[in-house]
Design a protein around this ligand. Structure first.
Ligand SMILES: NC(=O)c1ccc[n+]([C@@H]2O[C@H](COP(=O)([O-])OP(=O)(O)OC[C@H]3O[C@@H](n4cnc5c(N)ncnc54)[C@H](OP(=O)(O)O)[C@@H]3O)[C@@H](O)[C@H]2O)c1
Length: 239
């Protein structure tokens, strides 16, 4: 039997969630809590609504945040990790500074590895690990250069495959979702959206709720591991 939301209610397992303050993160937290599990958010801010507890930390220093998360989850049943935090400078490659490159790698890629590596041995009721990537892992926007971001998100594709093989025998699944452009958060502005128009096959933009639904699906879909699931309204199918 697939693991259903009712099982989560019974397990009351914690979800560790980075990017918990983003629209995607808030929707993921709401879905997990609705299924009966508490959420430990990771954020640079002190506190906010939507999570049951918080670890305050800056993922530009991913290893120290991972240590803080390890301390926070001690003696708590932990079921899943969702890494939804993301950072983009969206600048031309020749203007990207070494510091911007390092920060982009740290928040998008190294933090995913640091947290997964820290939590994997501690998961007592494993649902899995889901990372939030981007279709920029595969495709480069002509009107918004972001080579560092694209490289970091592409790194997540390799990361989930290798971790899925390494941790599969322990029953831990690792997947990544690839959202298309959204008109929220770090996505396109209203002006850019109007000028560019959605490149998706149905003319729609990806919504945070759609991304969160895919994240929740992958958390609970036994039998799926090492996969990259695009949530982009078919954006990458046409050109
Ligand atoms: N928006 C899009 O068009 C789009 C498209 C494809 C993929 N994505 C991906 O979807 C995810 C959510 O994107 P979004 O646009 O909704 O994000 P957003 O609103 O810009 O929020 C970014 C999130 O990342 C966290 N974050 C950023 N830097 C951090 C740092 N140094 N330390 C800790 N947390 C940090 C923020 O947390 P705090 O500020 O609370 O610390 C916030 O929750 C990201 O992984 C992004 O790459 C977005």
């Amino acid at each position: 039997m697939p693991h259903q939301p009712a099982d989560l209610l019974r397990d009351a397992a914690w979800l560790v969630l980075t990017g918990a303050t983003s629209a995607v993160g808030q929707a993921v937290a709401a879905a997990w809590r609705e299924a009966g599990g508490p959420v430990l958010g990771v954020s640079r801010m002190a506190e906010g609504s939507g999570c049951d507890d918080w670890v305050v930390g800056d993922l530009r220093s991913p290893w120290s945040v991972a240590d803080r998360v390890r301390t926070a989850v001690a003696n708590r049943p932990v079921g899943a990790l969702v890494h939804a935090a993301g950072l983009v400078y969206a600048d031309a490659a020749v203007r990207t500074t070494p510091d911007e490159w390092d920060q982009t790698m740290a928040v998008n890629l190294t933090a995913a590895f640091a947290l997964a590596r820290t939590l994997a041995p501690l998961l007592t009721a494993p649902q899995g690990v889901v990372l939030v990537g981007s279709i920029d892992a595969h495709w480069a926007p002509r009107d918004g250069p972001d080579a560092a971001y694209g490289a970091a998100k592409a790194g997540l594709l390799g990361l989930v495959r290798h971790l899925a093989v390494e941790w599969g025998p322990a029953g831990l699944r690792v997947n990544v979702v690839l959202p298309g452009p959204m008109t929220s958060g770090m996505g396109v502005s209203a002006e850019m959206a109007a000028a560019r128009g959605a490149g998706a096959v149905d003319g729609q933009w990806t919504s945070p709720a759609e991304v969160a639904a895919a994240v929740f699906f992958l958390l609970t879909a036994r039998g799926i591991t090492g996969q990259a699931l695009a949530v982009d309204h078919g954006w990458q199918l046409g050109y």
